[in-house]
Every structure is written in structure tokens, then in C-alpha cells.
Design a protein around this ligand. Structure first.
Ligand code: OSB
Ligand code: MG
Length: 368
């Protein structure tokens, strides 16, 4: 393919409910979509980051500059643009995995559309629908948390993840266990809010039969997570710490994690996400697909990844209605606790013109 035009579309969509984690509170999904036009097809993707670098170092305004000034000139210089060719072409650019993922995904969407192949088929999906978990934010009170969890279980979500932080950990977990029982698949996510000095406190989570504890310590601290895992029966799962397949191999070899959250954005795109999956799968370490409160554009592609054979734990791939009153795409609907894996070419969805127009705050050409 030849790159002809790249457009950036800023969007802001209100969340149905504020989402609080140990690193901040989100009330709006405020990010951008990329539209890549090539000589054979066009493709869409969604930047997974936020306006401020709180979950990770990347942020919306920075990603726009990196795409425009650094990544797109390299993509445009390729004699034959393909998604696999982008990896080597961008390898010299340090970091910026979320920005690279946005570009690679839009190019891959265009490429697969020109072959008429779905992303799920391309990646090697083995399922047509995937079980859906839900990530439940920190709430002002235990009562409000229990109401949230009750609603999600009534919706049919097959796994609950509670966001935790120091001061909001054992009590909410105990309350959910007492109210909803031992059988509910339950896990927690600290988003790097603890230190190794909290190991004895975190060990008390072992009493609750959790599936896993996600990113308890600082992002990148494989040594600390390995030390912690020695002291916990609950499997440690890494999110922020893993940026590529090599990190994942190191973490598995160090026993720094016994489960892997794979977010394609965090590892630079779906091709590296597939390799992260493969490394973990080869070692018998369960994988699940994380989320970044994506619109239907980002979610569609995540569902393809969640259908890989090593994704044996339910992911944070929730239905559109868990996030937005109205999505940018045809909504993803929970049926029997599952979401369908898109079958159409590429990511299988596209932004609907009317909601896209209404939620767009600005748009500009990044390459023309
Ligand atoms: O740590 O998994 C995380 C949302 C934004 C940023 C980081 C995380 C999350 C979630 C929600 O937990 C995942 C989702 O439902 O998309
Ligand atoms: Mg996480």
C-alpha cells in the first residue's frame, strides 16, 4: 500500500459513570481516532491514552506530535506500506507504544480490508464470542460499590475486577465476597499503588480466593513483583510493567507474574500483542485482554485478540453500555455474559457518521 492521507479526529464522549482508579478519575473518554487512507483502502484506530500521562507516560497531545513529526514520515517513506513493515521502520523510535499502536492498527485495518480478511482471522482467533469481565472503579462507599457489582452481575458479566488502592482494598473485597459469595470470579487491580513494604498487607488478600492481583507495584518493577509473588498465593498479573514480548518473557522467567494482561496499545500494536500472548501461552501462563475504556473502535479490535487460544481468562472487554450511553460504532451488546468477535474485514466496525460528528471536537490532517 501507499500512504495517501492520515486524519486525526479528536473526540470527547461522556462516560455513563465516573471511573476512579488509584491514579485518577475519568468522566469523559477524551482522545482521538486515526483515519488512514491508502491507495487500496482506508482504516481506523483509536489512541488508547488520555489527555494526562497518569496511567502511562503517553498522552493525547504528545501522541499527536509524535505521530505527525516522527512516526508518519517514517511510514510514508516505506516503499510498500504494510502493518508488519511498520515495526522495523519505527523500532528506532524509543517508547511511544500507544502512538505506534494507533498507527499500526489503522494501517492493519486498511490492509485487511483490502484482502477482505477479519483481524480475528489474521491473528488466529479460535472463538466467535468471548466471555466478558468488568472493571469496577473505586467508589465513595462500600454500599455504592455493592450496588455497582450487583448491577453488573445482573447484566451477566462473568468476572468482576475491583480497582484498589491503599485504604480501599481488603474491605471492598471482603464486602463483595460476603454479599455475592465465593463463586464469583473476582480479581483486583492496584495500578501500581503499593510498594514491597505493603507485602504483608497484600498477603491478606490471599484469604479471598482472587483470580489475580494486577500490577500491585510500580510499573517496570519486575524484581519487586517477583519478590512479592514469592510471598503471595494469589497470582500476580502484570499490566503497566509489560511493554513487549521480551519484557513478558523476562517476567515469566523471573516468576514476576503468573497471569498476563495484554493491551495491544501498551505493547505497540496487535502484532506485538500476538507475540506477548504467544510467549505467555507457551509457558502456560494465562492471558487476558485488558481495556482502556475504549469506544467501539478500540473495543472491536480487542475482541479479536481476546479470541486467541491463550486468552483463557475473561478480559476487560465490556459492552458499550458499560461505558457510554451512545457509542461511536454499532454498540457491542452483552449476551449470556459474552461479546461477539467481529467477523467483518479489518477491525470489523467503523465509526457511525452521526455520533462521530456529534462527539468530534476537532479534526485535522496529520499527513496529506
Ligand atoms: O489498569 O486496566 C487498567 C482503564 C483505563 C486505564 C487502565 C485500566 C483501565 C481499566 C478498565 O481497568 C478497562 C476497561 O474496561 O476498558
Ligand atoms: Mg490494569
Amino acid at each position: 500500500m501507499k500512504l495517501e492521507r492520515v486524519e486525526l479526529v479528536h473526540i470527547a464522549i461522556p462516560l455513563v459513570t465516573p471511573f476512579r482508579t488509584s491514579f485518577g478519575t475519568m468522566t469523559t473518554k477524551d482522545t482521538f481516532l486515526l483515519r488512514v487512507v491508502t491507495d487500496t483502502a482506508e482504516g481506523w484506530s483509536e489512541f488508547a491514552g488520555d489527555p494526562e500521562p497518569l496511567y502511562c507516560a503517553e498522552f493525547v497531545a504528545g501522541a499527536e506530535i509524535v505521530l505527525r513529526d516522527v512516526l508518519l514520515p517514517r511510514a510514508a517513506a516505506l516503499p510498500a506500506l504494510t502493518a508488519p513493515a511498520l515495526g522495523p521502520a519505527l523500532a528506532g523510535v524509543k517508547g511511544h507504544e500507544l502512538a505506534k499502536a494507533a498507527l499500526e492498527t489503522a494501517v492493519l485495518d486498511a490492509e485487511l480490508r483490502s484482502y477482505g480478511m477479519s483481524l480475528a482471522t489474521y491473528l488466529g482467533a479460535v472463538r466467535e464470542r468471548v466471555p466478558a469481565g468488568v472493571s469496577v472503579g473505586i467508589r465513595p462507599s462500600i454500599g455504592e460499590l455493592l450496588d455497582d457489582v450487583e448491577g453488573y452481575l445482573a447484566d451477566g458479566y462473568v468476572r468482576i475486577k475491583l480497582k484498589i488502592e491503599p485504604g480501599w482494598d481488603l474491605e471492598p473485597v471482603r464486602a463483595v465476597r460476603e454479599r455475592f459469595g465465593e463463586a464469583v470470579p473476582l480479581q483486583v487491580d492496584a495500578n501500581a499503588a503499593y510498594t514491597l513494604a505493603d507485602a504483608e498487607h497484600l498477603r491478606r488478600l490471599d484469604a479471598f480466593g482472587l483470580l489475580l492481583v494486577e500490577e500491585p507495584l510500580a510499573g517496570g518493577d519486575l524484581y519487586g513483583h517477583a519478590r512479592l509473588q514469592q510471598r503471595l498465593a494469589t497470582p500476580v498479573c502484570l499490566d503497566e510493567s509489560l511493554h513487549n514480548a521480551r519484557d513478558t518473557a523476562s517476567a515469566v522467567a523471573l516468576d514476576a507474574c503468573r497471569a498476563v494482561n495484554v493491551k495491544p496499545a501498551r505493547v505497540g500494536g496487535y502484532l506485538e500483542a500476538r507475540r506477548v500472548h504467544d510467549v505467555a501461552y507457551a509457558h502456560g501462563v494465562p492471558v487476558w485482554c485488558g481495556g482502556m475504556l475504549e469506544t467501539g473502535i478500540g473495543r472491536a479490535a480487542n475482541l479479536a485478540l481476546a479470541a486467541l487460544p491463550g486468552c483463557t481468562l475473561p478480559g476487560d472487554t465490556s459492552a458499550s453500555a458499560r461505558y457510554f450511553a451512545e457509542d461511536l460504532t454499532e454498540p457491542f451488546v452483552l449476551t449470556d455474559g459474552h461479546l461477539p468477535v467481529p467477523k467483518g474485514p479489518g477491525i470489523g466496525v467503523h465509526p457511525l457518521p452521526e455520533p462521530l460528528h456529534r462527539f468530534t471536537t476537532s479534526r485535522r490532517a496529520l499527513y496529506a
